[in-house]
Structures are given as C-alpha cells and as structure tokens.
Design a protein around this ligand. Sequence first.
Ligand SMILES: [Fe+2]
Ligand SMILES: [Fe+2]
Length: 321
Amino acid sequence: MTAKTDPEYGKGVAKVGEGDPLSPILAEIRLGVKTAVSKEDFEIPLLPHVASQVLQMANNPKAGIPEIENLVKQDQVIAAKIIKTANSPFYRGLSNIVSLRDAMGRMGLKALKDIVFSLSIHSKVFKIKSFEPVLDSIWDHSVACAAICQHIAKKKGMDAEHAFLAGLVHDIGKPVLVQVVSEFEEKQRKMMIEKMRAQKKTFDPKDWKIDKLRDMLLPIIFDEYHGIVGALVATKWKLPGTLSEVIRFHHDYAQAKEGQKMAALVHAANIFCHHFGLGHEAKPVDLTQQKAFFDLGFTIDQIKVLEKEIPEIAKSLMGSL
Ligand SMILES: [Fe+2]
Ligand SMILES: [Fe+2]
C-alpha cells in the first residue's frame, strides 16, 4: 500500500491560491513550515499537567479512582465534562449521574484515564485563536476515531483502552502544525503591514483575507507533515507503547513494525470516519475493498456488520467529549 491509496491523501495536489495576491505569502508560509519541520525547529506544546499526571498513574498500579478524583477536582471544566461523558449514550446507564465519583465509577478506571487524558489535551492543545473551526473538526474526527478504534479492538481481542488513545491522538500533529502555521502567518501579516507603511499606504485588515487561502493551505501542510510531527509530539510527551510509531505510519501502516497492527486499526477507523463524514464531509468508499479490514482479519460479512454499528457508536461519544 502506498500513501496514494489512502483516503486522507491526495488533497494536497491543488496549487495554493493560484492567481490570488496573497498566494506568494502562503507560499512563504508553506516554505517556513517545511524548513521548521525538517530542522525540527518548532515548539512542541508541553503535555498538559492533568494529562501528564494521568500517564504517570498508568505506571502506578496503586493509583485508582480516588487519586484521579483528586486530580480532576483541580479542574472544574474537566470534572463537569466527565459527568457529561458518563451520561452520554457511549457509557449509557439506567440513571442520570450527577456526582463526579459516580461518573468515574460508571466508566471504570482504564476508560476514565483515557477520558481525563483526552479532556486535558482538548482544553490545552486544541485551542488556537482564529483556528477554532478547523480544530473543532479535527477534534470531532479524533473522538470518532477513538470510539471506532475501541470498538474494533474489542472485536479483535486487542487492548481496547490503548486503541482508544491511539485513535484519539493519531492526528495530534495537526493542531501542532496549526500553531506553527499561525506563527508564520502572523509574521507574514506584520511584514505586509511594514511593507505598506514603507510605501506610505494604509493597511486595511480587510486586505488580509487569509481564511479562504488558509483552507487550501492547511490540508496540504497536514498531508505533508502531520504524521512526522505527531510522532515527535508522542515522543516528547512520552506516550505509552508504540504510539509514536502508530501516529507516524497511520496512513501507511505497512511501514510500521512493532505497532503495525495498531496502525492498521487506526487506518481502518479513519476509513470509517471518512466514509461516514465523522467530523468532516463524507467521502464514501467501497468498504468491502479496503485492505486494512482484511489485514485485521475481518470478513466481508463482518465489515458489513461494522458498517451498521459504527455511525451510532462514534456519534454517541462525539457530542460529549
Ligand atoms: Fe491522519
Ligand atoms: Fe485522521
């Protein structure tokens, strides 16, 4: 399999803003990102405090729900979201839960760690001013992918919680790249202002119509670098197991070694996300022709069952995380 057969690839062929006066500026931004990534000269955000504490707890068998409760109580936004998530159809129970302790009990320790980790990352890494729509879409896609990975992992007897985490962070390179792009963009905007000042012209913010062009630029940047950058993030954050490799090769899992099965799983979950348009527009494919499903050991009949189950499973978590 090559990256070209991958449903997330192939978007990067469009010429960026051809004919538009801002096009040279976007070409500069693209070059800036390319140089920064190749030299690894960009800022990788710190792993948020709560997320880092949760990861450390994973190595401590004595850490249980009371320890997580103490941690979560420090962040009221996360605490409130845990209750909301416990009441979502994904963790559906008979009664409506109102207390943090009950919410945690319903999820169970392993799932709880993943959810707390997710909420912490979301609140810190997916918030970049003026990029909200694109980050919200990446987040929704990541949550859907996590739910699907978990579902498929259970069917295949794989570690379901680890699969959830893999799905959740598989595109973590994207928000980090958005941050890099936003910095280069700001640099270019300031240069434009300076240039106009030197020409005794006034800068009209309306001239800075970056939104449309940004829509073209970001998919190209993502296509080119999100696997590489995501793997660097995973290494810096010391994410467990083979996650760095899984992130690096989730679009071309044949290249992965130790994490190949998990990378194939994430790849398969991505196919479902694109097929059903989970977090973005739908691009339906023939699900019975996707190599990843067969590599995971699914038969055509089993793929058809998954096709029926997955939209509801993914959507049940998307609204609450
Ligand atoms: Fe991806
Ligand atoms: Fe993805």
